[in-house]
Ligand binder design. Structure first.
Ligand code: FEO
Ligand code: CA
Ligand code: CA
Ligand code: CA
Length: 604
């Protein structure tokens, strides 16, 4: 070797060529097989999917829509048999239901109660047993004893932690303030060290409805005592028509119901009869994800973003320590301290505690108790002077005290609103921050931060991108959303460009992003989505031989802005019919399982 030899990537695979077409692509030497599609039966009794004759009853036994987070917990020592846990974030009525275009933003004029029940049953989550066969391929175990759907239609849940039972958590249907039906808009999530599944409730505001409108047609909140809180959370968003048929989603009838959403939900996939629990100690906001790690002193630490322009990065530190037995870990998510991040220009990050009675979080400022601090986490974080970020999406901690924060984009940031950690105005492509917690301890209340990459096309000076210069035209990306580590602690990033697809012309995909050495900030393309689909997951099994990916809403995002796809998709005329390519089937969100041809660890 000579001194000028190009540094070698730690990720051993030949980069995929960027592009955009009707199907998915994986790097040479790998297989990407569709494992589960929207509508696939997940119980022994489930009917086969019949897209022209959908019912809520059938959907309750079938894989849900818009798969986002994917987690896995093994049932055997070899890790060849286990439980896949998948979030179903939201629904795209225009491609789910024949003859139904997206008619307005005020609740879909064509939505009947029957269709609403189907889409409620398509939200939530799925637990399903999967196993590798003799050839090494993964398949669903349809009669698995643990298989179940979790939905906002009919899954009873418990509320715990400091806000449980508070007057603001009580409704006509639940005087206890501790019992709620269902979970909403579950985006990313996490698996705990004890094998439970955390589902993050993200854009819950969009499901609430009001008939009280001002002269501009905007929600009129004057009848609400907590109007400032509702406004700060965007309640009611009016994205769905559910509130026209269910009182609990109509704030005129149930003004407190929105306070029972926006939390982190814990599900024990090994206990199919156990009620999921909403943990109020982890705060209420548009939770993107909730990835966990164990601190140097054995505490559970959870990193969580609030995915909204100018909102904040949070972390939660348990008071007790992780013992790896089910029982002893019972209250780690109920008893702890929630912090919000302030990123200073000198490169330090300060984690500010959201504790009632400390600093400005007092009754005089509208926080009568810790329940108020948590129900109004955003208002409490405002009072503490947290740093307004460019939409914090997934955040991934690594055991060594490092964490990566995905900031997806913020086209609304003005020149006058820049800060050191969010340095670009009108940021269309986002950036990634690396945090090193003090003493390598995730429970530290200070650390240092730096920008790992600024995303976007490095060839365009006006974009202001920052990549390792070895990054190729295939390797750069925009709008980081989810992230994961493989078994070697190497970082992988998936993208969600949303309406910004046309700004790169690239499909969403999975990228291997170097964090160490000479190639720090170097990115390589490994997988790309069919047109209009965003990439979620990703999740590596413990042996790194399997990678689960979730292709969400194929055929929908940004297609109007792309050459060759200049139309909004509908059931009848989608931009792609991935993965079935059946002229009678709409595109279907699906989980894809990636393995190396012939077996072995991925990218090794
Ligand atoms: Fe559901 Fe923030 O993406
Ligand atoms: Ca996301
Ligand atoms: Ca993740
Ligand atoms: Ca997303």
């Amino acid at each position: 070797a000579t001194a000028s030899a190009a540094p070698e990537s730690r990720y051993r695979f030949d980069e995929l060529t960027w592009g955009n077409d009707e199907t998915h692509h994986i790097a040479n030497g790998y297989e990407a097989d569709v494992l589960l599609r929207w509508g696939d039966p997940i119980t022994a009794d489930a009917p086969e999917f019949d897209v022209m004759n959908q019912t809520a009853e059938a959907q309750l036994q079938q894989f849900g829509y818009n798969n986002d987070y994917v987690g896995f917990t093994p049932l055997n020592a070899e890790g060849t048999h286990g439980l896949l846990c998948v979030n179903h974030e939201y629904t795209n009525e225009e491609v789910m239901f024949p003859g139904l275009g997206r008619q307005d933003k005020q609740g879909f004029a064509g939505m009947t109660k029957e269709l609403i029940d189907i889409e409620m049953a398509a939200h939530g989550g799925t637990v399903v047993e999967i196993a590798r066969d003799a050839s090494g391929k993964w398949a669903v175990v349809r009669d698995g004893a643990f298989n179940r759907r979790i939905t906002p239609l009919n899954t009873a849940m418990t509320i715990d932690g400091p806000a449980a039972g508070h007057a603001r958590m009580q409704t006509n249907a639940d005087a206890s303030g501790k019992a709620v039906i269902g979970t909403l808009n579950n985006c990313a999530g996490g698996m705990t060290p004890w094998g439970t599944w955390l589902m993050a409730e993200e854009n819950f505001h969009g499901y609430f409805w009001t008939d009280a409108r001002d002269s501009d047609g905007k929600p009129d909140l004057t009848a609400h005592q907590d109007a400032a809180s509702k406004k700060r959370y965007g309640v009611p968003g009016g994205w769905y028509a559910w509130g026209q048929h269910y009182d609990r989603f109509n704030i005129d009838k149930e003004p407190n119901e929105p306070n029972r959403f926006g939390w982190v939900v814990e599900v024990d996939p090994r206990k199919p009869d156990a009620k999921p629990v909403k943990h109020t100690a982890l705060g209420r906001f548009r939770h993107e994800g909730c990835e966990t790690t164990i601190s140097a002193t054995g505490k559970l630490v959870v990193y969580m973003g609030d995915d909204n322009r100018f909102d904040y990065q949070y972390k939660y530190v348990s008071n007790g320590t992780v013992s790896h037995t089910d029982d002893a870990n019972g209250n780690l998510l109920s008893d702890g301290i929630l912090y919000v991040a302030r990123f200073d220009a000198d490169g330090t990050v300060h984690w500010l505690p959201l504790v009632h009675g400390e600093g400005p979080l007092t009754a005089e400022n509208g926080f009568a108790s810790q329940a108020d601090v948590l129900i109004d986490t955003r208002l409490a974080a405002d009072a503490l002077g947290a740093t307004p970020m460019d939409r914090p999406e997934d955040a991934q901690p690594r055991g060594d005290g490092t964490a990566y924060i995905m900031l997806t984009n913020n086209s609304k940031r003005k020149d006058t609103q820049l800060n050191a950690a969010n340095p670009r105005a009108k940021s269309n492509f986002g950036h990634i921050i690396e945090i090193k917690e003090a003493a390598g301890d995730h429970a530290s209340t200070t650390g240092t931060w730096s920008i790992l990459v600024k995303c976007g096309d490095p060839e365009l000076a006006e974009v202001g991108a920052q990549w390792n210069p070895e990054t190729s035209e295939n390797g750069w990306f925009g709008s980081p959303d989810n992230c994961a580590f493989d078994a070697d602690g190497r970082l992988w990033i998936s993208t969600d460009q949303g309406s910004k697809w046309g700004k790169t012309g690239k499909s969403d995909g999975l990228y291997a992003l170097e964090t160490e050495g000479e190639l720090r900030g170097h990115s390589k393309l490994f997988f790309r989505c069919p047109v209009g689909g965003e990439l979620c997951g990703p999740y590596f099994t413990e042996d790194s031989e399997t990678l689960f990916l979730a292709v969400q809403h194929p055929g929908t995002d940004g297609t109007k802005a792309l050459q060759g796809f200049e139309r909004a998709s509908t059931f009848e005329d989608p931009a792609t019919r991935w993965p079935d390519f059946d002229p009678k089937m709409p595109p279907r969100p699906s989980v894809v399982v990636v393995t190396k041809t012939g077996g072995g660890r991925i990218a090794v």
